[in-house]
Design a protein around this ligand. Structure first.
Ligand SMILES: Nc1ncnc2c1ncn2[C@@H]1O[C@H](COP(=O)(O)OP(=O)(O)OP(=O)(O)O)[C@@H](O)[C@H]1O
Ligand SMILES: [Mg+2]
Length: 270
């Protein structure tokens, strides 16, 4: 049985100016989204990405493969201070909208092995939200069983938490309304995407070189893990006003929906 818990992953693409080489918080957009979440009758678990607070450091310190060794302890600490400053701004924004939020650290909730989450302490997260306090977790460094440390993507945090907590719905908020499929061009639109469609896409698409968490490709894999485990999974364009509120409150939001398998109707069979 799914619980009436919702998880929202707010992308660094909407909370920060993601193209900036310097950390740059997108105050106005963050405030608007926090306001939309504040209007919900049931508050969600919030996970957020790091945008221009995370990606430039990975390039600068050379951990684009997401792995760090204990010899990079100074890097871990230095970059963590940048991520902490982002979390402070996110917390402040949500508190200013009247949301009772606390920050929980990914490094104390998750352990990875070869970069994949293998240990997920979801119980405290669920406990907080069930008691009316909104936990906020960001993408971060965590310890890894094989390598010493890894970059734990907020897309995977959101997806693993949703599955473990048996959440009802997971919403990825990013800066595009849908996914452009191979061979397609132009602007993406809200759509239904089945895991079957994506298999062909992933083999066609080369790796994403400039993003340690693999951009859209990583997000799709995380989204399919959730929908295949029975979580209603959506993606919305957070740059469009009202979309976050709708995605978390409507029974059938106008959003990109991830489904485990194409249904007969979707492939055009009567
Ligand atoms: N096939 C595709 N369809 C749609 N968007 C794509 C595609 N390939 C790459 N993208 C890019 O993926 C981006 C969204 O992923 P990105 O990781 O930048 O955002 P995010 O996950 O919201 O931010 P963060 O990783 O900081 O949390 C979009 O801005 C878009 O430009
Ligand atoms: Mg991303």
């Amino acid at each position: 049985v799914s619980r009436l818990i919702q998880v929202v992953k707010i992308g660094g693409s909407v909370l920060t100016d993601k193209c900036s080489e310097e950390p740059q918080f997108a105050w106005q957009q963050a405030r608007r989204i926090a306001g939309e979440i504040g209007k919900l009758s049931r508050l969600p678990v919030i996970v957020h990405g790091t945008g221009s607070y995370g990606k430039p450091s990975a390039r600068q310190y050379g951990y684009m493969n997401g792995k760090l060794s204990r010899r990079q302890a100074d890097t871990i600490s230095k970059v963590s201070s940048i991520l902490e400053s982002l979390r402070m701004k996110v917390l402040e924004t949500f508190r200013n909208e009247g949301i009772p939020a606390v920050s929980l650290n990914a490094g104390s909730l998750f352990v990875t092995e070869n970069g994949s989450i293998v240990d997920c302490h979801w119980e405290p997260v669920l406990n907080f939200v069930e008691r009316g306090v909104v936990p906020i977790i960001s993408g971060d460094f965590v310890t890894d069983r094989q390598d010493d440390f890894s970059v734990c993507s907020s897309d995977w945090i959101a997806s693993h938490l949703s599955v473990s907590m048996r959440a009802h719905r997971l919403v990825f908020v990013t800066d595009v309304p849908g996914v452009i499929m191979p061979g397609e061009t132009g602007k993406s639109q809200p759509q239904t995407i089945a895991a079957d469609d994506i298999q062909q896409w992933q083999s066609a698409e080369p790796g994403v070189e400039d993003d340690v968490t693999l951009g859209m490709q990583g997000k799709l894999a995380a989204a399919f893990l959730a929908c295949e485990s029975g979580v209603e999974t959506f993606m919305v364009d957070g740059t469009s006003a009202g979309s976050v509120f709708e995605a978390l409150s409507s029974d059938s939001p106008h959003a990109t929906r991830f489904v485990a398998k194409k249904t007969a109707r979707e492939v055009g069979v009567q």
